[in-house]
Design a protein around this ligand. Structure first.
Ligand code: BEZ
Length: 231
């Protein structure tokens, strides 16, 4: 087994490359996902309660993510047989928040060697030497890391927030804007601040944006310009 140094990949870096066995066969990452956004997430272990609720929620939202050109990819330090058994149990026996008969169709990596988990800084040694924490990487269609979130085992992730983050990143890319605190699709976006005194003066005179000051201007996108329908 080759030991891989543990390091958290940072925003803006290329997503670390790997080949891995999954519940949907072998994958080459990021090559097999080129041209798509990917939500790549780890969970501590199969057959655990919080992870079960997360998996059912991820699976029930897979089509919504795919409609936004985004694939889901899971990982834990368990075998493929364990993954298969857990996913079958979820489908056959578990009902949660109105979800039942849930089939997990996205690939789940079996990372028994911990090679992938180490490349993505998913094992935090003060917590466990053999289980991943709850990491989420948002990776763009060019294979760049665009956002990362880390949660401990005790706190289940908010899938609506992960979806909101994806829409915010796609909206920023498509329109050269930023999104304010607690932004939701349909709300005003932030226009980047001007970079010169002249541009600041022009910004204050610009009636197509709503400026609170020269450096803080908002505008509304046309309906349908974000990637997801408004609430
Ligand atoms: C859980 O998913 O419930 C869990 C996983 C690992 C440690 C503690 C809880």
């Amino acid at each position: 087994m080759t030991e891989t140094a543990v390091r958290v990949p940072l925003i803006g870096e290329d997503a670390p490359r790997f080949e891995a066995e999954t519940t949907q066969g072998m994958i080459k990452f990021p090559d097999d996902f080129h041209g798509k956004w990917v939500i790549f997430f780890s969970h501590p272990a199969d057959f655990t309660p919080v992870c079960t609720t997360e998996f059912m929620t991820f699976a029930s939202m897979q089509k919504e993510f795919q409609a936004m050109n985004c694939e889901l990819l899971g990982l834990s330090i368990d075998s493929t047989f364990s993954h298969i058994a857990w996913l079958r149990t979820i489908r056959e026996k578990v009902e949660f928040h109105g979800m039942k008969d849930v089939e997990v169709l996205f690939p789940v990596i079996s990372d028994l060697s911990m090679e992938v988990a180490r490349k993505y800084g998913m094992v935090h040694s003060e917590v466990s030497a053999t289980q991943a924490v709850r990491a989420v990487f948002v990776i763009d269609p060019k294979g760049k890391i665009r956002a990362l979130i880390y949660y401990p085992a005790s706190a289940g992730r908010n899938l609506e927030e992960i979806k909101r983050l994806l829409i915010a990143l796609q909206t920023a890319d498509a329109h050269g804007v930023a999104t304010p605190a607690n932004w939701k699709p349909g709300e005003e976006v932030i226009v980047p601040p001007p970079g010169s005194c002249g541009a600041a003066k022009e910004r204050m005179a610009d009636k197509t944006v709503r400026s609170l000051d020269w450096f803080l201007s908002f505008k509304r996108l046309e309906e349908g310009q974000e990637t997801a329908p408004r609430a």
